[in-house]
Design a binder for this molecule. Structure first.
Ligand code: HC0
Ligand code: SF4
Length: 575
C-alpha cells in the first residue's frame, strides 16, 4: 500500500493502482475518453490529465501508477485548460451533428465537452468522410471517429479478428478496415463488440426500424415479433426501468400497443433447438463411437451464434462439418411461424412478417442468408432488430413504458422453459442441451442443476459428465479469441471434446453487440443473474417438457430429425 493525496484527500491505496483508479476509490471521477480498462490504457486522448506536484508536465491518470507520497490535483485551472484544448482539438475533427446522431445523449465526447463547458469551437473544422457499404449491418461513420483505438483493441484482443487498423499519419490518422478493404471482404463476424465499445457514434448498426413501422402500418401484413432470451435482461436499461419492471411481458405489451399482431418468445424455439441439437448430438456420438470409415468427427459444435458461425466459416473452414446443422432459435422460429403456425393462426404465409428482437448485430446477417428462406423464397425472418433499435422505436412511438401493464406473450409460440431462457448466457445452451440429452439417454430427468459446472465466466472452460456410463467431455468458449485458442488446441490434438458451445460475445448474448450501451461498464454478469433467476423460478426447466414444443412434434414435425424437421429446421452452413 502507498499513501497519496488526491485533491486534499489523504488515502492509502495499493501500489499498482493507476491514479485514475485511486481517484475513483475516493469518489473523484476523472473524465476519460479513450480509456477502456485492460484493453486500451494508452493515454492517447489526454482528457484524463492531472497535475502531480513535482512533475514537469501534466500526466495521464489512466496509465500512470501511484507512488508513495504523491500529491495529485485533478481539477486545477491548468488541468482544465489542457483538457479543454484537447477536447476542442478533437471536436475540430468531429462531425458534431448531435441532433441527428444515434448516440446523442449517450456519447462520452458529448458529456465530456458539456461538462467542461465547451460551447464555442476555436479551431477550424476539418472532417474526414469514408465510403461505406450501408447495406452491411455494421456501419462506420468516420466523420465521428475520435481515433481512440478502442474498436481496434476490442476486435484484436477480445475477438482475435483484427478487422480495424490505424491508417494515415499525424492529423490525418484515421481508423479503417485493415488494408482499406470493403468491410464485406474481411472476416468481420458482425458481432458488434466494436459498436458497444465505441464512446461516440462512429460505429452503429444498420437501422431497420422503418421497415418494421411500415409493416405494422400495412393492413395486409401480420407482424409477428419474437423476443430473444437475453433481451429480457436489458431492454429497460435506457428507459428508466428497474430490472423488476422491465419484464418480457411489459415489452410484449408495448409491442402490441405499437402495432404488433403477435408477440412470441424465442425461448420457445430455443427449446425446439435443444430437441433437434440434443438429438443430433446423441446421434453423432453413437455414430462416432460405432467407428468405421465414415464415422463423424467429434466434437459437435453449437450453431446458434451467427458471429461464431461466420468466424468458423471464414477462419477455420475445416471445422464447418462439425458445426451443428440445427438452425438457431431465431431461424427456427421464423421457419415454424411461416409454415405450421401460419396455418394454426389462420394467416397466409405470404402475409406473415417476422421481426426478431435480438441483443445481436450478427442476427441481421443470419436472417439475410440465402439458405434461410421458405419455399416461396421469402426470408424466414424478415427483420432482426437490436435491443437499441427497439428502444428507439418505443421512444419514437411516444410511449411511457412505466405506465404499461404486463401482458402474457401470445401462444402457441410464446412459451419457453427455464432451459430456453438460459440460452442468453455463456454455457446456457450447453446446460440446456445436457438436461435434455440426459433425459433422452437415461429416460428420466436429472436434477435441474446437475450440470451447473458449465456455468461461470472463464473464457474457455471444460467439464466431464457421466452419461449412462459414457464419459461426455464438453467445453464452452466465449469471445472469439478464446474460441480460436480452443480450435487451435483441437487441431493440435491437445484436447478432445464431444460437445462444444461457442458464443462470440463476452458473456454470451447478455453481453451482445446489440445490447444497450453503457460506456465503460460491463453488465453481462448482472444480466446473467436475471436469466439464472428466471430459470431457477421457472415451473418447467427442461426443453423436452415444453408442452407447446411437444404439440409441435405431435401435430406437425413428427419427431426430432424427422424429414420435415431436417427440411425446415436444419441447414448445412454452405451459404
Ligand atoms: Fe441469443 Fe439465441 S441465445 S443466439 O444470444 O441459441 O441474439 O438472447 O436469441 O437465435 O434463443 C441472440 C440471445 C438468441 C438465437 C436463442 C440461441
Ligand atoms: Fe450475437 Fe449472441 Fe453471438 Fe454475440 S454471442 S454475436 S449477441 S448471437
Amino acid at each position: 500500500m502507498v499513501t497519496i493525496t488526491i485533491d486534499g484527500n489523504v488515502c492509502e491505496v495499493p501500489a499498482n493502482m493507476t491514479i485514475l483508479e485511486a481517484a475513483a476509490s475516493v469518489g473523484i471521477k476523472i473524465p476519460t475518453l479513450c480509456y477502456l480498462k485492460d484493453l486500451n490504457e494508452v493515454g492517447g486522448c489526454r482528457v484524463c490529465v492531472v497535475e502531480v506536484e513535482g512533475a514537469e508536465h501534466l500526466v495521464a491518470a489512466c496509465n500512470n501508477t501511484v507512488l508513495d507520497g504523491m500529491v495529485v490535483h485533478t481539477n486545477t485551472p491548468k488541468v482544465r485548460a489542457a483538457r479543454m484544448t484537447n477536447v476542442e482539438l478533437l471536436l475540430s475533427q468531429h462531425d458534431s451533428s448531435c441532433t441527428s446522431c444515434v448516440r446523442s445523449g449517450n456519447c462520452t465526447l458529448q458529456t465530456v465537452a458539456n461538462d467542461l463547458g465547451i460551447y464555442r469551437l476555436p479551431y477550424k473544422k476539418h472532417v474526414e468522410h469514408n465510403s461505406w457499404d450501408r447495406t452491411f449491418p455494421l456501419i462506420r461513420d468516420n466523420e465521428k471517429c475520435i481515433r481512440c483505438l478502442r474498436c481496434i483493441q476490442v476486435c484484436e484482443k477480445v475477438q482475435g479478428l483484427g478487422v480495424w487498423d490505424l491508417t494515415n499519419r499525424a492529423s490525418h490518422a484515421s481508423v479503417d478496415v485493415r488494408g482499406r478493404k470493403p468491410i464485406t471482404e474481411v472476416d468481420c463476424a458482425a458481432c458488434g463488440q466494436c459498436i458497444t465499445h465505441c464512446p461516440v457514434g462512429a460505429l452503429r448498426e444498420r437501422d431497420d426500424t422503418e421497415r418494421v413501422f411500415d409493416a405494422m402500418a400495412d393492413p395486409n401484413k401480420v407482424v409477428m415479433f419474437q423476443i430473444a432470451p437475453a433481451v429480457r435482461t436489458s431492454w429497460g436499461e435506457e428507459l428508466g426501468l428497474s430490472r423488476e419492471e422491465a419484464t418480457v411481458e411489459r415489452l410484449c405489451s408495448l409491442l402490441h400497443a405499437m402495432g404488433a399482431s403477435y408477440v412470441f418468445d424465442t425461448d420457445f424455439s430455443a427449446d425446439l433447438t435443444i430437441m433437434e441439437e440434443g438429438s443430433e448430438l446423441l446421434h453423432r456420438i453413437a455414430e462416432h463411437d460405432a467407428g468405421g470409415e465414415d464415422a463423424p468427427a467429434l466434437p459437435l459444435m453449437t450453431s446458434c451464434c451467427p458471429g461464431w458461425v461466420r468466424y468458423v466459416k471464414a477462419r477455420y473452414p475445416q471445422f464447418v462439418p462439425q458445426v451443428s446443422t440445427s438452425k438457431s432459435p431465431q431461424q427456427m422460429f421464423g421457419a415454424m411461424a411461416k409454415t405450421h403456425y401460419a396455418d394454426v393462426l389462420g394467416v397466409e404465409a405470404k402475409d406473415a412478417f417476422c421481426v426478431s428482437v435480438m441483443p445481436c448485430v450478427a442476427k441481421k446477417t443470419e436472417a439475410a442468408l440465402p439458405t434461410m428462406v421458405g419455399e416461396s423464397g421469402d426470408p424466414d425472418v424478415d427483420v432482426a432488430l437490436t435491443v437499441r433499435e427497439v428502444v428507439r422505436m418505443i421512444r419514437a412511438s411516444h410511449m411511457d413504458p412505466a405506465s404499461y401493464e404486463d401482458r402474457e406473450l401470445d401462444r402457441p409460440l410464446g412459451f419457453g422453459t427455464g432451459a430456453g431462457v438460459i440460452f442468453g448466457t455463456t454455457g446456457g445452451v450447453m446446460e440446456a442441451a445436457l438436461r435434455s440429452a440426459y433425459f433422452l439417454v437415461v429416460g428420466e430427468n436429472p436434477a435441474p442443476d446437475a450440470f451447473k459446472e458449465v456455468r461461470g465466466c472463464d473464457g474457455w472452460r471444460e467439464a466431464v459428465f457421466d452419461l449412462n456410463g459414457r464419459e461426455l467431455r464438453v467445453a464452452i468458449a466465449h469471445g472469439l479469441a478464446n474460441a480460436g485458442k480452443l480450435l487451435d488446441a483441437l487441431e493440435r490434438g491437445a484436447v478432445h471434446y464431444d460437445f462444444v458451445e461457442v458464443m462470440a460475445c463476452p458473456g454470451g448474448c447478455v453481453g451482445g453487440g446489440g445490447q444497450p450501451i453503457h460506456d465503460g461498464v460491463e453488465l453481462a454478469d448482472e444480466r446473467t443473474a436475471v436469466l439464472r433467476a428466471l430459470d431457477h423460478d421457472a415451473q418447467i426447466r427442461f426443453s423436452h417438457e415444453n408442452p407447446d414444443v411437444a404439440a409441435c412434434y405431435r401435430d406437425f414435425l413428427g419427431e426430432p430429425l424427422s424429414e420435415l424437421s431436417e427440411k425446415l429446421l436444419h441447414t448445412d452452413h454452405t451459404a
